[in-house]
Ligand binder design. Structure first.
Ligand SMILES: CC(C)(COP(=O)(O)OP(=O)(O)OC[C@H]1O[C@@H](n2cnc3c(N)ncnc32)[C@H](O)[C@@H]1OP(=O)(O)O)[C@@H](O)C(=O)NCCC(=O)NCCS
Length: 155
């Protein structure tokens, strides 16, 4: 099997990032294709940073942290790559970077009762209300980590 690599994302990765974003089964875009390449580029270089997981030369997942909003802007895997620890590694990379920027509390929102909802709770995120569109708000502080001692790195 090809080696799995976690690395910082760059502009050349944007087409593959878009493929992953539009392939998910939950937390789908309400309007497919509505996130433009220029939006992704802005989050990668201006507002924040991103990371990708590659298997061979194929990008199978990505995360993007938004320092301007102290949030996780994106965390997505191809469905067939779920459940293998890659989401956790991509989330760790994004959170580590935000904390290194001086962020004290990271936030995000996700559709309720999805795999992602349970994933964040499992990793120590706290529920912080519901948005008017029904998404659940979640927050994370490093000292809230329940599973933090059990961190892993990409092989
Ligand atoms: C949400 C998502 C990123 C999770 O990634 P993943 O690679 O499948 O998750 P991992 O395998 O890294 O799971 C990490 C841990 O969370 C646990 N976990 C995952 N989903 C869980 C759930 N719904 N409930 C409880 N625990 C869960 C895993 O068992 C694992 O636990 P362990 O490390 O203690 O053994 C992925 O499923 C995904 O891309 N979903 C579709 C897109 C999406 O909804 N993105 C989030 C937008 S906010």
């Amino acid at each position: 099997m090809s080696q799995i690599q976690l690395r910082p994302a760059n502009w050349e990765d944007i087409p593959a990032i878009q493929v992953v974003r539009n392939a998910v089964r939950e937390n789908r875009l309400s309007v497919p294709g509505s996130i433009k390449d220029a939006d992704v580029a802005s989050y990668l270089k201006e507002r924040g940073r991103g990371w990708v997981c590659e298997v061979g030369d194929r990008i199978v997942g990505f995360s993007i942290a938004d320092a301007a909003d102290a949030s996780i802007w994106a965390l997505f895997l191809l469905p067939e790559w779920e459940g293998q620890g890659l989401g956790r590694q991509l989330l760790d990379a994004a959170c580590d970077w935000l904390f290194a920027q001086g962020v004290k509390e990271i936030r995000l929102s996700t559709d309720a009762r999805t795999r992602a909802h349970g994933f964040y709770l499992h990793l120590g995120w706290q529920e912080a209300g519901t948005k008017c569109n029904g998404e659940v708000r979640l927050t994370f502080r490093r000292n809230h980590t329940l599973q933090g001692a059990n961190r892993s790195t990409c092989q």
